[in-house]
Design a protein. Structure first.
Length: 256
């Protein structure tokens, strides 16, 4: 069976632009001459403007560091990416996206418990981050902690019901727990979302093969091969999930 990989957050500048626009508005609204009775109000306004300027500068710094960390992540410089995400989080500990991408870098380095902690911090900040729950589930699956992984996938799906990759990886976790009927139902959900996703048919074929259900296994493997012939013929030849089908001529013919 094959899983979907982790997802990451990209930078968006909307927050910074909003802050800078507000500053511009307040700055242009200041009059050059004011009566004496307005001095107190002006001092408060100037203090607010100074605070907004400081916040905007901090936001720009955080955004710059976050972009830098994402570039390092894309360049596979994972240790440097983690160090840069740490700089972001030292300034903005509630930046959930940084916790998620930091978790992704830690996952690649196989620092799995640290990655889980990073995803946990993200969902503490915002429990409705489907990506954080999904990535957390993937790490737990990699650790063969399938019951915990299943709970994370369920959280992801509750937030984003059309997340086909979560339905697929949920199906794999269920299959690993020998809960094949539920696994197939999960794959069927993914197929309903995207009927052309070859990976789903392949994993569904695996689930049927593990139950020694040749007809259904071959039917779904055929669907996967129709969409991606070279890939799934190669995979199926060595995948131990299909051990029960090796002597079935239909299976043999499908792979030739």
């Amino acid at each position: 069976m094959r899983m979907y990989d982790i997802c990451r957050y990209k930078m968006t500048d909307s927050g910074s632009f909003a802050a800078l626009s507000l500053i511009a508005l307040l700055t242009f609204g200041c009059s050059n001459v004011a009566p004496a009775y307005e001095y107190t109000n002006q001092a408060v306004q100037e203090s607010n403007v100074a605070q907004l300027l400081t916040e905007a500068q901090t936001t720009q710094q955080v955004d710059g560091l976050f972009r830098q960390a994402n570039s390092l992540l894309d360049a596979h410089s994972y240790k440097n990416a983690i160090e840069t995400y740490d700089k972001v989080l030292k300034i903005r500990p509630n930046k959930a996206e940084a916790w998620i991408n930091r978790g992704n870098a830690l996952t690649v380095l196989q620092r799995n418990e640290d990655a889980i902690t990073s995803y946990d911090n993200a969902v503490k900040i915002n429990p409705r981050l489907s990506t954080a729950w999904f990535n957390r589930g993937n790490v737990l699956s990699g650790l063969k902690r399938y019951t915990e992984a299943l709970a994370s996938y369920d959280k992801s799906i509750a937030i984003e019901p059309d997340k086909e990759e979560a339905w697929i990886n949920r199906g794999i976790a269920l299959a690993k727990l020998n809960r094949y009927t539920e696994a197939i139902a999960s794959y069927d959900k993914a197929i309903a979302i995207n009927p052309k996703k070859h990976l789903t048919y392949y994993n569904k074929a695996c689930a049927y093969a593990l139950q020694n259900k040749h007809e259904e296994a071959i039917k779904n493997l055929q669907a996967a091969i129709k969409l991606q012939p070279a890939k799934y013929k190669t995979l199926a030849k060595s995948d131990t999930d299909f051990t029960a089908l090796r002597q079935d001529k239909r299976f043999q013919d499908l792979l030739n």
